[in-house]
Ligand binder design. Structure first.
Ligand SMILES: OCN(O)CCCc1ccccc1
Ligand code: NI
Length: 187
């Protein structure tokens, strides 16, 4: 089971590597890893289990954070609405690739954090507002989806991990809250 002890922290060189594509058809090992990554996200968002296991809540996880330099990410974005418990996005993605994106940029008003970063790094992390994404799903089927706003931000954060990029690499060092005209701030 993945716990916080499994997750490597900044300074570990694996977080700065470009991860390798996984072979398709997917190996049993890669399928199992994806399942464990998704289980971690579920546990981390379950108040009882998160408390029991000492987990920080996460909506995404990338294999390099487990010291595994493979292009595998898991995302699980809860709807946040108790009436409608369906998550807005829940998927293990193998070899995810951004095919195209909007001109419109966006960032989270509250900035970003990372399970591999044990400190606050304030500032806007400017990303694409909308992305068209291809990936291979856990069943080995090629998917092509379009995402926008928060879900698009989360997936871009995870794909960054596959390319050795940390969220704070995007923050303006001179003025962390500098914003170009037209950037959508997502609250
Ligand atoms: O890489 C996943 N991880 O470090 C957990 C946090 C994910 C995340 C947090 C804020 C905005 C987008 C994504
Ligand atoms: Ni992260």
């Amino acid at each position: 089971m993945i716990t916080m002890d499994t997750i490597i922290r900044e300074g570990n060189p694996t977080l700065r590597e470009v991860a390798k594509e996984v072979s398709v058809p997917l190996s049993d090992e890669d399928i199992k890893l994806g399942e464990e990554m998704m289980e971690f996200l579920h546990n981390s968002q379950d108040p009882v289990k998160a408390e029991e296991l000492g987990l920080r809540g996460g909506v995404g996880l990338a294999a390099p954070q487990l010291d595994i330099s493979k292009r595998i990410i898991a995302v699980h974005v809860p709807s946040g609405d108790l009436e409608n418990p369906e998550p807005t996005l829940s998927a293990v993605m193998y070899n995810p690739k951004i095919l195209s994106h909007s001109v419109q940029d966006a960032c989270l008003g509250e900035g970003e954090g990372c399970l591999s970063v044990d400190r606050e790094v304030p500032g806007y992390v400017v990303r694409h507002n909308k992305i068209t994404l291809s990936y291979v799903d856990a069943a080995g089927v090629k998917q092509k989806i379009r995402l926008k706003n928060y879900e698009a931000i989360v997936v871009q954060h995870e794909i960054d991990h596959l390319n050795g990029v940390m969220f704070y690499d995007h923050i303006n060092q001179e003025n962390p809250y500098a914003l170009k005209d037209g950037v959508l701030v997502i609250e």
